[in-house]
Design a protein around this ligand. Structure first.
Ligand SMILES: [Zn+2]
Length: 431
């Protein structure tokens, strides 16, 4: 039987009432205050940003117009339910998102159908990250890749849409179109990855909605030899849009030369800038790399033979080893390169919206380490958005208890693959 969503919700509520599931878990006053302050008292609804605190007429008082909303609902029968959260998790600051009064009402309309827990968690992460930046004195132009709509393609059903969060995971089997989506999104920064699709010879039309900070749409159509690229319906021939983007795929650990050449290629920087970035990594370490230095000063202009010495956290202690040596495991080497990529994007994000596109083949490291980096990327400490592809078996490792938006690419029987949003929230996906 097909019951409309709003009726289904009411039915659930009625059953829940009978089973005593309508009990609400409210936030304490202290938790509400923490949720509001972590958001800088600004609405977290994507694109709203409304300030929700200000002076009252009474010179001794102030007025708060925002609301601490539940990501997973206050009652088990509420629009988003409890997922698999325990009551203490429902009451926690991590389950609260700060909204203006208008958007607080909107997210629960139609049983919350349009606003899943993962989407709200992604907005919360974005809002808190922006508050952190402003708090650190960096008032920046904010940008965000909002949505990719595949109008027509040789791979997917027509008019498939993906919305993006702070970290978005795209899972699917080999050949399901993960790389295609990354190639298309990368058009925001470069047309380099479109040539492969030109050779394909089949029509391709997609739109990327982004804010910079005003809303825009990049529209790409490949019919014949030359791609037609429009921004907001105007033919765009000015080159890439000011978006700092790094597209990291499985080739990123390979290089014929020494580590300086490897890093120059990977980061698209000259040796002098790589040295400057190395110094920066030591100032604000992210993961295992506590410090790094180049042993021979070199001229700085050419690919000299200097060696990268790395000081790493290993368990409770530190070790100092050369990057090119048997003393590093493959996972550690990948982690070091990833930390260079992160440092590069953190720096770029000071000037322009920044995005990391990363394919899972690039990240060969154990699950614990991988989860560590994904949690970092989803946290307010990271100043950029991440879009990551992954095989199915990773999803269970990564999505558990983290604020990731996840899409699954299905192989369909007839034409086109289907993209479906996979809302497992904090519970484990089916295998
Ligand atoms: Zn709002």
């Amino acid at each position: 039987m097909n019951i409309p969503l709003h009726l289904r919700h009411r039915l659930t509520e009625a059953i829940a009432g009978r089973n005593g599931m309508t009990k609400r878990i409210e936030f304490s006053a202290k938790t509400k205050e923490a949720i509001a302050k972590r958001a800088g008292y600004r609405c977290s609804f994507l694109g709203c940003d409304r300030l929700t605190v200000g002076p009252d007429i009474d010179p001794r008082r102030f007025e708060v117009s925002g609301v601490a909303c539940h990501i997973y609902s206050a009652s088990q029968a509420g629009p988003r339910g409890w997922g698999s959260l325990a009551p203490q998790d429902i009451a926690a600051t991590s389950n609260g998102i700060w909204m203006c009064a208008h958007h607080a009402g909107l997210i629960d309309k139609n049983a919350g159908a349009a606003y899943s827990p993962t989407l709200l968690a992604a907005w919360k992460a974005d809002r808190e990250q922006r508050t952190a930046r402003e708090h650190n004195g960096l008032v920046l132009q904010q940008g965000w890749i909002k949505r990719l709509t595949v109008r027509q393609s040789p791979i997917f059903d027509d008019n498939c849409t993906l919305e993006f969060g702070k970290v978005t995971l795209i899972v699917g089997s080999i050949g399901s179109g993960k790389t295609a989506l990354c190639d298309w999104i990368s058009t925001l920064a470069t047309c380099k990855h479109l040539s492969r699709w030109q050779k394909h010879g089949k029509p391709l039309h997609f739109d990327v909605a982004f804010s910079n900070p005003a809303d825009h749409t990049l529209s790409v159509q490949l019919n014949s030899a030359c791609p037609e690229i429009r921004v907001d319906d105007v033919i765009h021939s000015l080159g890439p849009i000011p978006f700092a983007m790094m597209y990291v795929n499985e080739h990123f650990r390979r290089s014929a030369g020494n580590e300086m050449q490897l890093l120059c290629n990977l980061l698209d920087l000259d040796p002098r800038s790589v040295r400057a970035l190395t110094a920066r990594i030591c100032e604000s370490p992210v993961g295992i790399l506590a410090a790094a230095e180049w042993t021979c000063a070199g001229s700085g202009d050419n690919h000299d033979g200097s060696t990268l010495m790395c000081t790493l956290h290993r368990g409770e202690s530190y070790v100092r080893v050369p990057f090119r040596s048997g003393a590093l495991s493959g996972g550690e080497r990948t982690a070091i390169l990833l930390e260079f990529v992160i440092a590069r994007l953190q720096l770029a994000a000071r000037l322009a919206p920044a995005v990391l596109l990363v394919e899972y083949g690039a990240l060969c490291m154990d699950a614990v380490r991988l989860r560590y980096y994904v949690n970092f990327l989803a946290s307010p400490r990271s100043s950029f958005q991440t879009i990551m592809t992954a095989p199915m078996y990773w999803a269970a490792e990564l999505v558990h208890k983290s604020n990731l938006l996840c899409y699954r690419l299905d192989d369909s029987i007839d034409r086109g693959h289907r993209i479906s949003r996979w809302d497992f929230g904090p519970s484990l996906p089916p295998n």
